[in-house]
Design a protein around this ligand. Structure first.
Ligand code: MG
Length: 346
């Protein structure tokens, strides 16, 4: 196999604010994996807070290329992914890109979708939340209008003004809200008070209200909360799921955290067996990474897969959006393809 990579800067339509920072763009690195006449695409999406740089990611791809160059069809997906995983303790986004490209490649070789490859049913269209970052009141109104097709909004919170923020949003829409605190609250009693108040405001779930280190406090909050609590920063990979029961009600699984589709499927299985809610999210990937994750929406209780709509220069096409729902296509592999002008640059 041959691995090529291409660095790219995804540019947001509006600056995107979370509790720790605001950004205008997301660095990403796309890869193309070729074997014979087929190729597969993948994406390592690298928002700064993820802690994985473009330089480290490219070094990992160079290392992976030397390994993959020695492998040719027939491809054993599990074996290859284990070898890639062993190359480093970190680089989860880079590993996710390789996992995605491999699934895409093998899917195309076999003319199968991801669902067909794993033997599960294809998914019906599913409503995704539309993410609204922290912003000024004028911009918030603009974003609420942008989200008119969507039946649920995901609100980035985690500042001292969250009550004012939610009250303001409530003046402009009565849609159900997912609230993502991004570890922004620092006290368990404050967190519970906020959650109980938000419950009266049609907030239907709360994501990562407390810092990762406040595990015991988080378990207390979950035991008192009337709405589901969802882990995000607290859970990266499968191994982090083992002790989650009782601490959160569910988990936000993202390809960039968990190293890709193979591990995401393992995590979903664990969640189903242990009655944990499954939230499928993203790190604001293009249509490439988002289409890969969307292959698993049939297993999700909630999804937040609106990222391609937040960008003005998405170089891939993939899942479609209609009336706020994610719709899978029938293409083999991850269901994404580079747009013509980007394809020409490879
Ligand atoms: Mg989150």
């Amino acid at each position: 196999m041959n691995l090529k990579f291409k660095a790219f800067l995804l540019v947001f339509k509006h600056p995107f604010g979370v509790s720790s920072n605001t950004r205008n763009e997301t660095p990403t690195v796309f890869i193309k994996l070729t074997e014979g006449e087929h190729c597969g695409y993948g994406e390592a999406c690298l928002p700064v807070y993820l802690g994985e740089t473009r330089e480290e990611t490219i070094i990992f791809f160079r290392k992976a290329h030397t390994v993959l160059a020695k492998i040719s069809a027939p491809l054993n997906l599990t074996e290859i992914l284990n070898t890639i995983d062993d190359l480093s303790q970190v680089n989860n986004a880079a590993k996710a890109a390789i996992d995605m490209a491999l699934h895409d490649l093998v899917g195309k070789m076999r003319a199968q979708t991801i669902a067909q490859m794993y033997g599960f049913a294809g998914a019906e269209p599913m409503s995704t939340s539309y993410t609204i970052g922290i912003d000024t009141e004028v911009k918030l109104i603009q974003k609420i209008n942008d989200a008119r097709d969507f039946s649920v909004l995901k609100i980035k919170a985690g500042t001292e003004n969250d009550q004012a923020l939610i009250s303001f949003i409530r003046k402009h829409t009565d849609k159900p809200l997912y609230v993502d605190v991004n570890q922004g609250w620092k006290d368990k009693v404050f967190a519970l008070d906020m959650i109980l108040w938000m419950t009266t405001q049609n907030v239907v779930l709360i994501e990562q209200p407390l810092p990762v280190a406040m595990r015991d406090e988080m378990a207390w909050v979950t035991s008192q909360s009337l709405i589901p609590t969802i882990a995000d920063e607290s859970v990266k990979r499968f191994k982090d799921l083992q002790d989650l029961k009782g601490v959160f009600s569910g988990v936000n699984i993202k390809l960039m955290k968990c190293t890709g589709l193979a591990e995401a499927i393992k995590m979903i299985d664990f969640c189903k067996e242990n009655k944990l809610l499954v939230f499928l999210g993203c790190m604001a990937e293009s249509s490439c990474g988002t289409s890969a994750m969307a292959q698993l929406i049939g297993f999700a209780d909630y999804i937040d897969l609106d990222a391609p709509l937040l960008y003005k220069n998405d170089p891939f096409s993939g899942v479609a959006y209609e009336k706020g729902k994610v719709i899978l296509n029938k293409q083999p592999g991850i269901g994404a393809a580079p747009k013509a002008n980007f394809l020409n640059t490879w």
